[in-house]
Ligand binder design. Structure first.
Ligand code: NAP
Ligand code: G4F
Length: 346
């Protein structure tokens, strides 16, 4: 019989790729969608218009902060696998909404775990943990499953609770529950206010004459950026093992925000040359001297994670997981997709 999966956060970047992946594998996929005043299903539009809709693909209105609907949904669907991807996932915004982030990104995980436990079914549980857990460690890199945690934001602190409550339910109730400690992963479906997508969209808009320049915050932060499509396979692999565990997924490479911007403009044929440092940094088009990148100090965070660089050796050895898309291919994929998208809008 086909397996059944429930995905919270199905309308997000990862949820949409995971739904594609599981449907391809023959799963029946259920997604939890929250009510919005405008449709929030753009990333799964292609599935809603496919042969899968209402046959193998079902959406349910619910909210991860509402225990009643979680208990009801798990009871109705009886999933073999539950992927908990829903979150207020923006680190910068978590400083503006710390209590809300604690509720949605932290406490909601125990709501869902309790709903699974109350159902009495042996659903396998995936928790979307994050490299932000390592946040404040400057000298420990690359980071792996044994690296100590030191979150640097309300988002990181909320995810720390989710990480440990997942481990706690595994140990206390013998649940098959896993944490995927995922380093940054991006794609053409990435939200527009994360730095990679903000950059690739700006390149496309500048090229089309629709934007004058790009303003960024901290250019020196380093991130380990992979492709989201590769990472959803790792989530699934974690739930197919004889025993549950916690795994880092990463590329084992790190790049600064400035390097990402340089590479993205280069895909569009623009070489940036840089002047100044810190908040006075400016990026000019080498060919004509036009100012294309500057710094908006308001985009700096109250506390910054300077270095993320992950070691995925455990996932590679135990799960057989590999990333397929390189840094340069990722940048190229995102810029090209945004150029196509911007050009298609009249
Ligand atoms: P995303 O694009 O921001 O998607 C978040 C999803 O959560 C969206 O579907 C969103 O719904 C949903 N959501 C938010 N609040 C909700 C609520 N109260 N009730 C129900 N659904 C709610 O994030 P992502 O990049 O796909 O990341 C997926 C998960 O992995 C998140 O938990 C994130 O924190 C974690 N993570 C991401 C990365 C990364 O680099 N992408 C790395 C490590 C961990 P709407 O569409 O309605 O907003
Ligand atoms: O793209 P970001 O907002 O991603 P961040 O903070 O690393 O968080 C993402 O990855 C985490 C995994 O490590 C996830 F858990 C989390 O859910 C999310 O998906 O920022 C990346 C870096 C930061 O250092 C930020 O300060 O870019 C810097 N940055 C510089 N200018 C900017 C900007 N970030 C944003 N969002 N916007 C800017 O203009």
């Amino acid at each position: 019989m086909d397996k059944t999966a429930l995905i919270t956060g199905i309308t997000g970047q990862d949820g949409s790729y995971l739904a594609d992946f599981l449907l391809e594998k023959g799963y029946q996929v259920h997604g939890l969608v929250r009510r919005n005043s405008l449709p929030n299903t753009q990333r799964i539009h292609h599935i809603l218009n496919s042969k899968y809709n209402n046959v193998k693909f079902f959406l349910h209105y619910a909210d991860i902060a509402d225990s009643g609907c979680l208990v009801r949904l798990i009871g109705q669907i009886n999933p073999d696998e539950v992927y908990n991807l829903a979150a207020q996932s923006h680190v910068g915004i978590s400083f503006d909404m710390p209590e809300y982030t604690a509720q949605v990104t932290g406490v909601s995980t125990v709501r869902l775990l309790e709903a699974v436990r109350a159902s009495g079914k042996d659903s396998r549980f995936y928790q979307a943990s994050t490299s932000e857990l390592f946040g404040g460690l400057k000298d420990t890199a690359p980071q792996n499953e044994s690296t100590p945690f030191y979150p640097k934001s309300p988002y990181g602190a909320a995810k720390l609770y989710s990480y440990w409550i997942t481990v706690n339910y595994r140990e206390s109730y013998d649940m098959y529950a896993c944490n995927g400690i995922l380093f940054n992963h991006e794609s053409p479906r990435r939200g527009e206010n994360f730095v990679t997508r903000k950059i690739t969209l700006a390149v496309a808009n500048i090229l089309a004459g629709r934007q004058e320049k790009l303003s960024l915050g901290n250019l020196d932060a380093k991130r380990d950026w992979g492709f989201a499509g590769d990472y959803v396979e790792g989530m699934w692999l974690m739930l197919q093992q004889p025993l549950p565990g916690d795994y880092v997924l990463a590329t084992n490479e790190t790049h600064t925000v400035q390097e990402f911007a340089q590479a993205a403009f280069q895909v569009a044929g623009i070489t940036l040359c840089w002047e100044g440092s810190g908040i006075n940094t400016k990026g000019y088009d080498k060919q004509n001297g036009r100012l294309l990148v500057d710094i908006d100090p308001a985009l700096y965070r109250p506390a910054e994670v300077e270095l993320l660089w992950g070691d995925p050796a455990k996932a590679e050895h135990k799960l057989g997981w590999r990333r397929n898309v390189s840094f340069s291919n990722l940048v190229e994929m995102m810029v090209e997709s945004d150029i196509k998208m911007v050009n298609s809008v009249k």
